[in-house]
Design a protein around this ligand. Sequence first.
Ligand SMILES: [Zn+2]
Length: 123
Amino acid sequence: MNWPKSFRAGWMKIEVRNYEKAEGAEWDKFGHFAPQTQRIFFDDGHSVDRQANTIIHEVLHALWTTGIPSHWDNAIRNLSENDAQEFLVSALGDALTMALRDNPDFWRTLIDALADTTPKKVK
Ligand SMILES: [Zn+2]
């Protein structure tokens, strides 16, 4: 699968790459976001659907890192369940709006991959 190579999350330009090409990447189950190096890693040994899901998951971590002040993390823990849900949905909604606007080709590639039901050979 020819995944996008980069993603813009606010002030960060993030490199998207598989684990195989990543030197010294820390192994995680399916993927990993490294804010220090601004890289998203994913395991291309999984299905296309899983890879797309992993990339989206790591993109959300990146958006959280760039869009949500760290002291808000603590504030969420003190919210009621309903308030926490509203906070999280609002924060991710704002982040996704920005991310969709700033990365149209990135999302098109993922949407095409998820829409394609043809079985893919995984390495
Ligand atoms: Zn995660």
